[in-house]
Design a protein around this ligand. Structure first.
Ligand code: XIL
Length: 485
């Protein structure tokens, strides 16, 4: 075992999961879902594939000989992440000496059972052998890191759907990278270096950045990772996906998780839930998590971090979908029916409507910057656009804080299909818009116009999509006008 200690990790996780104080308002959202357009899946993998997604689990090679374990694995899951077998301490325990055996055994199991693989993980400060962490010369470390990435990815070329190229590089409660040998010796550029090296090694694998405690949109760590991905996309650094580990406390995901997923997706990356487990496995907590993914078209799949509670790295929290005997828990049924409730394939998927604000507590992250979640207000829009049915726009405040807020607008087609839409409103005193996603902004004085982007202009009769924005000033409830073409 490396210097990483599971018990230390547990303590840190427990601390971070309970870090958010009570009294933060929780927005209760009702979900509108389209009727399933496909036969309901009777397993997690089949149900997820109904909307083009995968459902995976972490697998430990040492358990593959356990018939109950392997039986559930092959019945329910169509994506596998090796729990430890592709980490540096197993793959390259001493310099230049590679040990692919345990990883290979999982890859052969997957290929024999038609399962795809996520590769986990190439560059991480944890489960890192001491011969790497003691390197202090930048040229040596760069060549060691690049050789590790290239050799491991070349060995598994063609067998891995997505790689977690860099894992957990950001510090908790901060927008900055954490201290690690890579950061300390190579500097901020090590992440970019790793992604460029990875693309050169296997141009067909998706390249992901993976982290925990980046699920709550207002957390500094989330904002730090978001800024990195935005920067990478703007400079052409190869990155295809962001993995949200999703190790949650009993409350499940933060209220803003769907917002976080769609904001990252709007940067042009896939998003995935990569290590999901929830203390006590509450049905609502699990269903909310799955629905947050299903609501975002680029949320391409969900992986739970183990099969039975007894297999979990947090086994004392009983956080998984199967009990220690391999029986389905209530959370299993909640997940299965959530997966079966979408038709998928379109942008948006489920959207929020209504908006009731209740008091409550939110768990699952730390809050920084004084951000609180506010109630959702929805204002009805005006239907225009002539005889063909037009469109309607409704506004909700997703989040607000001192000096700013985040809004979401849902655009819904009338009785006829729409090929493009434009939403107008007038800003209130002191309001200005700093960012829009899933739409193109133009402003003239206080007049705001947002038009569809290429991928969300076409709506079926009664179909809908959403765009979001960040604004300065105090939140208000604007009257929106929607015009269709
Ligand atoms: C965990 C494994 O589940 C344990 O078996 C191991 O002892 C420690 O690592 N974030 C990650 C995963 O990216 O690799 C970790 O897996 C859990 C936290």
């Amino acid at each position: 075992m490396s210097w990483f200690s599971t018990s230390t990790r547990h303590r840190r996780l427990a601390t971070s999961l309970t870090g958010l104080s009570a009294g933060v308002g929780m927005v209760v959202m009702s979900l509108v879902v389209s009727p399933a357009a496909h036969a309901a899946g009777s397993t997690l993998g089949a149900a997820a594939s109904g909307s083009g997604r995968y459902f995976g689990t972490a697998v430990a090679s040492g358990r593959l000989g356990d018939a109950t374990y392997a039986g559930i694995l092959d019945r329910e899951f169509n994506m596998i992440t090796p729990e430890n077998e592709m980490k540096w301490d197993t793959i390259e325990p001493s310099r230049g000496s590679f040990n692919f055996g345990p990883g290979d055994s999982i890859v052969s199991h997957a290929s024999a059972h038609g399962q795809r693989m996520r590769g986990h993980t190439l560059v991480w400060h944890s489960q890192l052998p001491s011969w790497v962490s003691s390197i202090s010369d930048a040229n040596t470390l760069r060549s060691v890191m690049d050789n590790h990435i290239t050799t491991e990815m070349t060995h598994y070329k063609g067998k891995i759907y997505a790689w977690d190229v860099v894992n957990e590089a950001f510090a908790d409660g901060s927008t900055q990278h954490r201290s690690s040998v890579f950061q300390n010796v190579l500097g901020n550029g090590f992440i970019e270096e790793a992604f460029r090296t990875a693309r050169a090694a296997d141009s067909s694998a998706k390249l992901c950045y993976n982290d925990y405690n980046i699920e709550n949109w207002s957390d500094a760590k989330t904002q730090g990772v978001y800024a990195m991905v935005k920067d990478f996309k703007s400079r052409g650094v190869p990155i295809d996906c962001v993995g949200f580990q999703s190790h949650f406390g009993t409350g499940g995901p933060p209220a803003s998780f769907q917002t976080t997923l769609s904001n990252f997706a709007a940067l042009g990356v896939d998003v995935q839930l990569t290590e999901l487990d929830i203390a006590q496995a509450g049905t609502t907590a699990y269903a909310n998590t799955v629905n947050d993914c299903l609501a975002v078209s680029r949320c391409t799949g969900i992986t739970v971090w183990g099969i039975r509670d007894s297999d979990s790295w947090r086994s004392s929290d009983s956080p998984l979908l199967f009990d220690s005997s391999g029986n389905k828990k209530p959370a299993y049924s909640a997940v299965l029916s959530a997966l079966n409730s979408v038709s998928g394939g379109t942008t948006g998927g489920t959207t929020t409507t209504g908006g009731t604000t209740t008091g409550g507590t939110t768990t699952g992250g730390t809050t920084t910057g004084g951000t609180t979640t506010s109630g959702t207000t929805t204002t009805g829009g005006t239907t225009t656009g002539g005889t063909s049915g037009g469109c309607t726009a409704t506004y909700s405040t997703v989040n607000s804080w001192s000096g700013g807020f985040q809004g979401e607008v849902k655009v819904t087609a009338g009785s006829a299909a729409v090929n493009g839409w434009t939403v107008h409103w007038t800003l209130g005193n002191g309001q200005s818009i700093s960012q829009v996603w899933n739409g193109t902004l133009s402003t003239s004085g206080s007049n705001v116009t947002v038009q569809n982007v290429s991928y969300n202009g076409s709506l079926q009769p009664s179909g809908s999509t959403t765009f979001g924005f960040l604004a300065n000033g105090a939140a208000s409830s604007p009257t929106l006008t929607c015009t269709s073409s």
